[in-house]
Design a protein around this ligand. Structure first.
Ligand code: C2O
Ligand code: CU
Ligand code: CU
Length: 454
């Protein structure tokens, strides 16, 4: 259960990274809830590494210095970069070692992020503090003159379990099954924060950086949110919503108008209850952070009716359909209970094995991938490395796509009972990539396979 704080800590933002940047993964401390506790962090920051803000076609050169006592690496979630730079679980920096990431940005504007990806240790390392944002800008987006500077707020929402020993990661068996969920919600590493805002439009760039928790975001004053973007950048047109689900790994780009509120008004970003989340999710509503109306200004911004040129990939262009059973229900797979196949999270009955290629894919072809959770009882946010996809449809469960599922996605939430179909253009970024459930306990448990693009 989430425990709310008193929303008295000022929200802060990670420092900005450079195009040449050293990120030192290390044990460090952070002040959360009034006490200084051990956490993991990427120096020069502690909880949450610095935010990259780059333009399309920039090149970056990042040295990961691993000062942890165990191996780690960095996956650039949402970046279309070569396989050997992608933070595949085989590509590691040993304790005390380094890994150099060099790549050139070749994709449209959007909010991506970075986090460790060593198999069986991703959940722990992310939960204890290793993650950061990676923002790409381009000319199409700048031309829209969206709220920027102090009016553009990157918000990383995470849940933490905080004890005197630090951010504690000790999933019990049920927490491996449901995913590890903390009681304390932090935004940008700040527990129960507030920020002061003016009576105008803000652009909130939201990442769900939690291991397992799904949020149903809304505002306490029932304000309309204009959803303008998601994992892969801007949508074609804005879509208005009063509440919107965001699963681990997903991003949302939201315009919210604070105009018309009197000075002193307090408005909360909240997570509302939701149905369809299985036994462990959506049972509680809680507040995440507070916006305090502090300045009255006149704002002439209006939400653009057209955001981005977007081509819809035709289902008729696909050469193959692959179906992935993510239900994980032993009774439905017919797994006998006592044959040594313990209750584990699998895809098509398989656990992750980095020496096995699960899917061979031809470069420059489009495919339909189907994630079948129709017999499952847990939410699975399914994520593909190396590509973006478009969501074609959902059957069972919620039955429909939600406002943020237009445009380009790299992670899609498949609730219990649902089957979700996506269309994936595999271009020519050849190599071996993983795809997995972004519930990090499920991923670490083995709910990850590999595709080889050649
Ligand atoms: Cu953000 Cu393979 O993950
Ligand atoms: Cu990823
Ligand atoms: Cu899962």
């Amino acid at each position: 259960m989430v425990t709310e704080g008193d929303f008295s800590q000022l929200l802060s933002f990670p420092t900005q990274a450079g195009l040449n940047q050293t990120l030192t993964a290390q044990a460090t401390t952070a002040n959360i809830m009034g006490t200084t506790i051990p956490v993991l962090g990427y120096q020069p920051n502690s909880l949450l590494g610095p935010t990259f803000r780059v333009n399309n076609s920039d090149s970056v050169n990042i040295l990961l210095q691993n000062n942890l006592s165990e191996h780690t690496n960095i996956h650039w979630h949402g970046l279309k970069i070569p396989a050997l730079m992608d933070g595949h679980p085989d590509q590691l920096a040993n304790a005390g070692g380094t890994f150099r990431y060099q790549f050139t940005i070749n994709q449209r504007a959007g909010l991506s992020w970075y986090h460790p990806h060593p198999h069986e240790m991703t959940g722990k390392q992310v939960f204890q503090g290793l993650a950061g944002l990676f923002i790409i800008n381009d000319a199409e987006e700048s031309a829209l003159n969206l709220p920027s500077g102090q009016f553009e707020l990157p918000l990383v929402i995470q849940d933490k379990r905080i004890t005197n020993n630090g951010i504690t990661y000790n999933p019990a068996m049920e927490e491996v099954m449901a995913g590890f969920m903390g009681e304390s919600i932090v935004v940008n590493g700040v527990y129960s924060p507030y920020t002061e805002v003016a009576t105008r439009y803000y652009r909130l760039r939201i990442l769900n950086g939690s291991n397992a928790r799904v949020y149903n975001l809304a505002f306490s004053n029932n304000a309309d949110m204009a959803i303008i973007g998601n994992d892969g950048g801007l949508l074609k047109n804005p879509v208005t919503a009063k509440e919107i689900l965001i699963a681990p790994g997903e991003r949302l780009d939201v315009l919210i108008n604070f105009a018309g509120n009197t000075i002193g008004t307090e408005i909360f970003l909240v997570s509302k209850e939701f149905a369809s989340g299985g036994d462990a999710q959506g049972k509680q509503s809680f507040r995440i952070m507070k916006f305090k109306i502090a300045t009255s200004i006149t704002d002439t911004f209006t939400v653009p009716a057209n955001l981005s040129a977007m081509t819809t990939i035709a289902a008729s262009s696909t050469v193959k359909t692959r179906t992935f059973d993510i239900s994980n229900a032993m009774e439905h797979h017919g797994y006998p209970m006592n044959d040594g196949m313990q209750m584990r999270h699998r895809i098509n009955g398989k656990l992750f094995d980095s020496s096995r290629i699960d899917e061979n894919i031809s470069a420059n072809t489009n495919e339909i991938w189907v994630f079948d959770n129709s017999k499952g009882d847990e939410p699975h946010p399914m994520h593909l490395h190396g590509v973006f996809f478009q969501v074609l449809g959902r059957s069972g469960g919620r039955g429909n796509l939600i406002a943020s599922e237009n445009g380009w996605k790299d992670t899609v939430l498949v609730m219990p009972g649902e089957t979700v179909r996506v269309i994936v253009p595999f271009e020519n970024n050849t190599g071996k990539f993983v795809f997995h459930c972004h519930n990090l306990e499920h991923e670490d448990d083995g709910m990850m396979l590999q595709y080889q693009l050649s």
